[in-house]
Design a protein around this ligand. Sequence first.
Ligand code: AMP
Length: 231
Amino acid sequence: MGGLLKIAKRVASGAEVWTKPDAATTRKLENPPTIRQQSANNLQRLADENRPPMPVPKIDAEAIKIHIRDVPDFPKPGIVFKDITPLLANAAAFNAAIELLAAQIAPHAPQGLLAIESRGFIFGAALAQQMKLPLLLLRKPGKLPWHTERISYDLEYGSDALEIHQDAISAGSRYAIVDDVLATGGTAAAAVALIEKLGGHVAVCAFLMELSFLNGRARLPAKIVESLIEY
Ligand code: AMP
């Protein structure tokens, strides 16, 4: 096929003449990108175009609600699951959510952020970057590799537990607990108890969403609960 390839080239007179393409152009013409490569290229181009400095549109908390998807009967009948994936997929909205949450947490002057596995990690990590604060992890049992402290707590059916590394907390320091959803408050209350057992002070519990009809605040010291969106 190489011998048949010709490309138009404008010469000094202004006329177009056909010339034999160079080796690199020949390779490109003979091996057009596959659909998969093209969509990868498009994604890369979009990512390049979206890199900072990117103006963050003024989005308020109510507007962020648009990006939360209700999924009925997940993970079991009767639960309306608050799906954050559309929010994460919208760079401007996710960015705004982090900025707004950071603004709610900052007045409580935490010295570290404690993120609850697993969706709390997403918000905790972004907030730690935004607020220039250390990030510490509260994980499901058996996930942390070093010496841990554990707390068990009751769920609607059965029980669960959270663990933290024994050296994660500095006694007397102030911490913010971060998670995506405050529902019954059982998880966050267990997290507070665990931090206090290790001598830490919980300055605030911050959530992207609060399901206020479940009254999770009642299980937490009310004045230290912050949430961006209420249902
Ligand atoms: P709770 O201990 O009842 O406050 O539940 C809080 C934990 O469960 C959080 O880590 C949430 O991620 C998760 N969770 C509870 N209810 C929901 C819901 N409706 N949608 C999404 N996550 C939920």
